[in-house]
Design a protein around this ligand. Structure first.
Ligand code: TCR
Length: 798
């Protein structure tokens, strides 16, 4: 029976979208397609692999677009759409695998689809690191190494030459973005600086390309790392040539290092000396002849071959419906200028391929082509290994057979290269380090100057001979083999240093500038408002004190211990005014006293309130006594109250002193959240001490609440206990909501949250404890009598 293969390869057509100057047919892609056919024929002819089985294939053009890729993948899987008649397999032949797609972005799209069915996809050029994730792409494997190795290799190269100041350019796709990201992570660890990071647009846009050119021009970095496919890169290189940017050394990723699209002799003054990484090459036996053996006469209904012929010879094939270089998308985008007019010259069929120089026929740098070959053989060998396994009943995951054998494939190629797929579907990484030099015939030659291999323990990089490298620097050009030039080159690359802590680099990255310091200042709106509110609060408290003083002999005032009331007023002023310590530039002293003052203020306030509530409870008991006893009782009580306040204050002072002497707070320059800003804040030193200090306040508050709650039903002075209960509730609500709010804010707003809580709780207490009484004293003097207070008519013993 026959098996089908699909090569979702990137051929033709889309070049017109991104390129005006190049023909729209992708000769390189066509070579890959032909190499696949060649490999399949080899498998079919060989007796040692799949002796009784013939492999067939479908070819789908992805046109470099995700939509076409998805369309092709689905068409292949479902057999719904047979648009390429010449490549159709006989109906009913089982589908085996997808080979492709070209670029990683396309492969990610198609591999997600085939992955659903656990249907194998073997990539030959998709090198993006995410494809190694077997949760996302369970059925993907590849014959090109994962790009992480290449990014590491580039970083190693940069370190090897001692460069510390480099620019990066990435294509706007998964290949470019992931490649550059991993590269940056690696070099930044060794203190190498990135001068600029630019992205080349996927859809041609002159403005965006000029912006990249501008960045290159303005930067002092002479080393530029480019992660991009040749097709995306070529419009940029054209502009580089137009703007005459020389003296840069380009570090090439595998996708453009040997591309004829970029390595044009007329670009040599800009790009000469480029160093890059190429995957292992292999000279496939018989491929050249096979490539030459292409003719529309032998493929009458094959649109690709006809289009190839028309483009290669700039003629129109008679009676064909295949448009000559007219891609309808060009009309859609309105960029007519890229359309070549239909050539009125008819093809004779006698044109000689041997006579033309064409990327398609260039077999000197077969790297990706060799990967295509390996991909076909990976599938063939895996098929060969499964003799007894029945698909769907296989003993392997998801009852599949083929995936199991694919993941365990191991074979040697004609080159004696061992191809072995690992658990992630990856192959062993080995790169040639390539340098662009001009040869005698005036063309760019790709000279191998070293190798990079992934080994069991790390990796090894070898540069054979520094002297053999051509450098594209003004001083080195004339004597490319001199070691001296190499050192002069080093001085060309600017050194860079990390900026000191309080500084960060400016946008040009050539100077360190002082970082912006952030804190809650007095003169900003928020700071001023908060301070004003706290001052306002302090004034109210003061006015209460004055009212109390003036009416000191009235019943309401006397009913409470005047001393205690005064202490509460004092403590509220203290807490309200601590907000001044929180606003403004944090200093060592303000950091140290602000929390302590606050805690002391609150403990004074709360212990006085506690004294009051306890007194209320006891007064009830005392109300059954006679007058003389009552007098004693009340003075005893007053003494006990003051003792209580004193003891609480002593405890709190001890805690505070211990805190300040053991682990005091200090000013802290927080740079964790923002790189360009320093947040000046107080570090609280010891959280444990801080919690103990405020914990004691909480303890007092809880006691106040409980006693007030018990006392709230007792007949007392103007519902005092009720108001205190209410005040304590406010206090708790404020501080409980403070905790999450405080923990979830950053920078100066942390301080704002704390001031808010201070103000809210102080106003709460003030409002609940003093305002009702002030109301009675000032506005309802008729109620300000003993009778009302104790609820019955008794004479006042005081
Ligand atoms: N990986 C690229 C695509 C790509 C490519 C190439 C395209 C690579 N090498 C050579 C054309 C020619 C390497 C990707 O997207 O993963």
């Amino acid at each position: 029976f026959r098996e089908n293969h699909a090569l979702t390869t990137c051929v033709a057509l889309l070049l017109g979208m991104t390129q005006e100057v190049h023909s729209m047919f992708n000769f390189r892609g066509f070579r890959w397609a032909r190499a696949m056919i060649h490999a399949i024929q080899e498998v079919n002819n060989r007796l040692d692999i799949l002796p009784n089985i013939t492999l067939g294939y479908h070819i789908y053009d992805t046109c470099f677009t995700t939509s076409k890729t998805v369309e092709g993948t689905l068409a292949y899987l479902t057999g719904q759409n047979e648009t390429m008649p010449n490549f159709r397999c006989s109906a009913g032949a089982p589908l085996v695998a997808v080979i492709g797609a070209g670029g990683s972005t396309l492969t990610i799209a198609s591999s997600r689809i085939v992955g659903l069915y656990y249907f194998p996809e073997v990539g030959y050029a998709s090198s993006c690191s995410v494809l190694s994730d077997k949760y996302q792409f369970p059925s993907f494997l590849r014959t090109i190494p994962n790009d992480n190795h290449q990014s590491l290799a580039m970083a190693e190269l940069v370190r090897h030459f001692g460069w510390v100041w480099i620019g990066t350019i990435a294509a706007d796709d998964d290949y470019g973005k992931y490649g550059i990201k991993y590269f940056k992570q690696n070099v930044e660890k060794s203190g190498i600086c990135i001068a600029f990071s630019e992205t080349i647009p996927k859809i041609f846009s002159r403005e965006k390309i000029l912006a990249v050119v501008e960045a290159i021009k303005e930067s002092t970095a002479n080393i530029i790392v480019v992660y991009s496919s040749d097709i995306d890169l070529s419009p940029l290189m054209e502009e580089i040539a137009n703007s005459n940017i020389t003296g840069k050394t380009w570090i090439a990723s595998e996708a453009w290092v040997t591309s004829a699209l970029i390595a044009k002799p007329e670009y040599f003054s800009f790009l000469g000396g480029t160093i890059g990484f190429g995957v292992r090459r292999g000279d496939i036996p018989g491929l050249k002849d096979f490539l030459l053996d292409v003719h529309p006469d032998n493929a009458a209904s094959d649109d690709l071959t006809i289009e190839f012929w028309q483009t290669a010879f700039n003629c129109t094939w008679p009676n064909s419906t295949v448009p000559y270089n007219t891609d309808f998308r060009i009309n859609v985008t309105g960029r007519e200028s890229g359309v070549h007019p239909v050539s009125d010259q008819l093809c004779t069929g006698k044109e000689k391929l041997e006579d033309i120089k064409n990327t398609y026929l260039d077999v000197s740098e077969l790297r990706i082509t060799y990967n295509v070959y390996k991909a076909v053989f990976t599938v063939a060998h895996a098929l060969n290994n499964l003799d007894t396994c029945v698909e769907g009943n296989g003993p392997f995951p998801k009852n599949s057979c083929l995936m199991y054998y694919l993941k365990n494939v191991k074979f040697t190629t004609f080159d004696n290269e061992l191809v072995k797929i690992d658990d992630n579907g990856d192959v062993y990484a080995s790169y040639d380090i390539i340098n662009w030099q001009l040869n005698e015939t005036g063309e760019i030659s790709f000279v191998k100057i070293g190798i990079y291999n992934d080994t069991k323990d790390g990796h090894e990089m070898k540069i054979y001979n520094n002297d053999s490298i051509f450098w594209n620097t003004p001083t080195l050009k004339s004597m490319p083999k001199s070691i001296k030039k190499y050192f002069m080159y080093l001085t060309d690359a600017r050194e860079c240093f990390p900026c000191p802590d309080d500084y960060c680099s400016n946008t040009l990255k050539n100077e360190c500038v002082l970082k912006e310091v952030e804190f809650l200042a007095y003169d900003e709106a928020l700071g001023t408002t908060l301070v004003a509110v706290s001052l306002f609060g302090a004034c109210i408290v003061l006015s209460v004190t004055i009212v109390y003083r003036i009416h000191r002999d009235t019943a309401v005032v006397k009913a409470n211990d005047r001393g205690l009331s005064f202490l509460i007023q004092l403590s509220l002023v203290i807490t309200l005014l601590t907000s001044f310590l929180f606003v403004g530039k944090p200093k060592e002293w303000s950091c140290q006293i602000r929390q302590v003052t606050l805690a002391l203020g609150f403990s004074l306030c709360l212990s006085c309130i506690l004294g009051k509530t306890i007194a209320l409870l006891l007064t009830y008991r005392g109300s059954k006594l006679n007058a003389a006893e009552k007098h004693d009782h009340i003075s005893m009580q007053s003494f006990h109250q003051k003792l209580l306040v004193l003891i609480s204050m002593i405890i709190e002072v001890c805690i505070c002193t211990a805190y300040l002497t053991c682990i005091p707070p200090y000013v802290y320059k927080n740079m964790e959240f923002q790189n360009v800003k320093i947040i000046l804040e107080c570090n609280e030193g010891s959280i444990e001490f801080l919690c103990t200090m405020f914990g004691f306040d909480v303890f007092l508050a809880v006691l106040c609440f409980i006693t007030a709650f018990i006392a709230r039903k007792l007949p007392d002075n103007f519902n005092e206990a009720k108001f205190i209960t209410f005040g304590m509730l406010v206090f708790f609500i404020v501080w409980i909501s403070f905790v999450p709010a405080y923990l979830s804010t950053r920078g100066k707003f942390k301080v704002v949250v704390e001031i808010f809580a201070i103000l809210a709780s102080s106003f709460g207490l003030l409002g609940c404890i003093f305002l009702p009484k002030r109301y009675i004293i000032l506005l309802k003097p008729e109620r300000n009598t003993e009778e009302i207070i104790s609820g019955k008519a008794t004479t006042n013993d005081n």
